[in-house]
Design a protein around this ligand. Structure first.
Ligand code: ADP
Ligand code: F6P
Length: 321
């Protein structure tokens, strides 16, 4: 009897999810498994919205953003009734395991399903890079490259007008997108939720110092978890007299063709997930540590603390003068 593995994407979408779906489908089929795709995250298990996957069902998607399986945040799955419906469906469909591509919330759901007898394996798919057990999450690189492209354009107009551009990037409570993007665009200041900032010292004094050295336009990167870009821009203008504008980059960071890094990591992680599933492992989350792919128990992974690169943050400030 062939084993059946189901694949779903859950939570916010991220570029590279399609590459992950493709690799999981192909690796599963290559290992003589039946593979089904579940539509719209956990909702698909509740509503029985699944489709049979074959080799060609994932053709031409490695380069596409979004997720062909659609994604959702499923409030119904959080209820006892919804959750039981999902488990009942898995049993009825003889699903031996579920590959869940998503973030922390999705992994909590995966862990509950494993406890209820449906073995799950998680794969980190989110632009935020906020999964503590993994130094990398699928979509992070593409989102940052998108942000850098847009901020470079903002720099052109800020430079022409001698302005200050205050830009909010996504990341929920994680400052990684802001940190790396900020370095890549040569921001004068980078504000992240992990580090308390002093408005006068970290922004105004720095701007005034660089102004004395001839700098005339400025980019300030603000992580979503810090927010308030309009207020920050207004305060900068009041304190320095420099014309300032606020921009929230928003959901454009979640779309677009995945970068090479996202395609490769997604492919590696999915193939690995199928491999460990075949070995009988469950309640595991696939992760990257020191560039290598490995897996952790989901419960252990969920209590790990996400680290923030204070050194890189200090370096960013050191060189932005
Ligand atoms: P992400 O996976 O990106 O962190 P969410 O936190 O929105 O996104 O979670 C995605 C979905 O996972 C939720 O809509 C819900 O269906 C499920 N989920 C989240 N938290 C839990 C939980 N504690 N128990 C069971 N399911 C959960
Ligand atoms: O988790 C990805 C993310 O884009 C975050 O950066 C952001 O806080 C959130 O999702 C936005 O979610 P929504 O899709 O509900 O607008």
């Amino acid at each position: 009897m062939k084993k059946t593995v189901a694949i779903l994407t859950s939570g916010g979408d991220s570029p590279g999810m399609n590459a992950a779906i493709r690799a999981a489908v192909r690796a599963g089929l290559a290992s003589d498994m039946r593979v089904v795709g579940v539509k719209r995250g956990y909702n698909g298990l509740i509503n029985g919205d699944v489709l049979e996957m074959d080799l060609r069902s994932v053709s031409d998607i490695i380069q596409r953003g979004g997720t062909i399986l659609y994604t959702a945040r499923s409030p119904e799955f959080l209820t006892e009734e919804g959750f039981n419906k999902a488990i009942l469906f898995c049993n009825k469909e003889k699903i031996d395991g579920v590959i869940v591509i998503g973030g922390d919330g999705s992994f909590r759901g995966a862990s509950k399903m494993t406890s209820a007898g449906v073995p799950c394996i998680g794969i980190p798919g989110t632009i935020d890079n906020d999964i503590a057990c993994s130094e990398y999450t699928i979509g992070f690189d593409t989102a940052m490259n998108t942000a850098v492209g847009m901020i470079d354009k903002l720099r052109d107009t800020a430079q022409s007008h001698d302005r200050c551009s205050v830009v909010e990037v996504m990341g929920r409570n994680c400052g990684d997108i802001a940190l790396y993007t900020g370095i890549a665009v040569g921001a004068t200041a980078i504000l992240v939720p992990e580090v308390l900032y002093d408005f006068e010292k970290d922004i105004i004094e720095r701007m005034k110092f660089t102004q004395l050295n001839g700098k005339k336009h400025f980019i300030i990167i603000v992580a979503e978890g810090v927010g308030h870009v309009q207020d920050i821009a207004r305060k900068i203008q009041d304190r320095t007299g420099i014309d300032s504008r606020a921009t929230v980059l928003g959901h454009v960071q979640r779309g677009g063709s995945p970068t090479l890094r996202d395609r490769v990591v997604a492919s590696e992680m999915s193939a690995y997930a199928i491999e460990i599933f075949l070995k009988g492992k469950s309640n595991r989350v696939v992760a990257m540590k020191d560039g290598k792919i490995l897996d952790y128990d989901i419960a252990e992974a969920l209590i790990m603390k996400k680290s923030f690169s204070e050194n890189l943050y200090k370096t960013a400030f050191k060189i932005s003068i």
